[in-house]
Design a binder for this molecule. Sequence first.
Ligand SMILES: [Ca+2]
Ligand SMILES: [Ca+2]
Ligand SMILES: [Ca+2]
Ligand SMILES: [Ca+2]
Length: 147
Amino acid sequence: MIAFLVLIGSVAVYGKHYSCIHTNHDQLLPSQVVSNVIADIDKDGDGIVEPTEVQAEFVARYDVDKNGSITEDEFVTQWHRHYLDVRNFVGYLFHNFDVNNDMSLTDSDLVALSKNLDTDGNGEISIAEFRTYMVNLYTNCVTAHGN
Ligand SMILES: [Ca+2]
Ligand SMILES: [Ca+2]
Ligand SMILES: [Ca+2]
Ligand SMILES: [Ca+2]
């Protein structure tokens, strides 16, 4: 944590503010961005977001230095590049995905998120469940970690 802050402290990352107001460089609406995310994750197109698909999408693509965790910088840079949401908004997404609030995305965050997303408790995340969760994040200014 300290090392992380020192490393990029010169650009005052901790001083920047996040914005939960969605803005996209291509003027995409939240529903359109979420559709793009779903198209990327549900590779086999069966309407279910499998853990292996999340691993393939997020860990492989976002963990640029392949150290097993995704930093905010890795996440914001990659998400911004792929979906063109403004960086301040992607920071807000990151903090909501970082369930244990340790400033990195790891398997434990994905496990916790999976439980939150599986609203009908059937052990699978359907595209409908995923879409509902994401559109809610995009449109309702969800406060990370409930505080
Ligand atoms: Ca699938
Ligand atoms: Ca990494
Ligand atoms: Ca985390
Ligand atoms: Ca489910």
